[in-house]
Design a protein around this ligand. Structure first.
Ligand SMILES: CC(C)(COP(=O)(O)OP(=O)(O)OC[C@H]1O[C@@H](n2cnc3c(N)ncnc32)[C@H](O)[C@@H]1OP(=O)(O)O)[C@@H](O)C(=O)NCCC(=O)NCCS
Length: 132
């Protein structure tokens, strides 16, 4: 079985920076959350889940600052699956204008498969999937 992965990239714009001029950590985590959700959505294809939501974010490590004008390339990998949950590791690599790459952040996301219940609220659902 092949591991489910997802990738996406973001250009760091002036609005993404903190007050010392490097990428704001909350922005980084929000982009990583999108990468985790993308992998989760791929993983859940064919299940009765409508999608997944973020339950927990663990082991967040910011290794190096990211600068305006860098690209950040995210790779999310589904590591394991529970009953309604799945664990997704996300790594972020910055790429400067010279094409130099560096590892800048990593985290582990727990996502939970959800569907809309009869009362209109989102509720967890067994996804019936196994990770590779
Ligand atoms: C996601 C949600 C529907 C889950 O419902 P719940 O009744 O709290 O579910 P549970 O406590 O049984 O947890 C669901 C799964 O997450 C796992 N889990 C719960 N807390 C966890 C934690 N701190 N770390 C890792 N996994 C956790 C449980 O073990 C369970 O896994 P399993 O079904 O594979 O065995 C509900 O908590 C929720 O709506 N949370 C808000 C989500 C949200 O708004 N996220 C931000 C926007 S995406």
């Amino acid at each position: 079985m092949v591991k489910v992965k997802a990738r996406f990239s973001q250009l760091v714009m002036p609005n993404d920076l903190n007050n010392i001029g490097t990428l704001f950590g909350g922005k980084m985590v929000s982009w990583m959350d999108i990468a985790a959700a993308k992998a989760g959505q791929r993983f859940l294809r064919g299940s009765e889940a409508a999608g997944c939501v973020t339950k927990a974010i663990d082991e967040v490590v910011f290794s190096e600052p990211v600068l305006g004008g860098d690209w950040v390339n995210f790779e999310a990998t589904v590591l394991s699956a529970g009953v309604s949950s799945l664990t997704v590791s996300v790594s972020a690599r910055a790429e400067n204008s010279q094409g130099e790459m560096r590892d800048v952040c990593e985290a582990v996301f727990t996502m939970v498969a959800v569907k809309k219940g009869k009362d209109g609220n989102w509720e967890k659902v067994s996804h019936g999937k196994m990770a590779a």
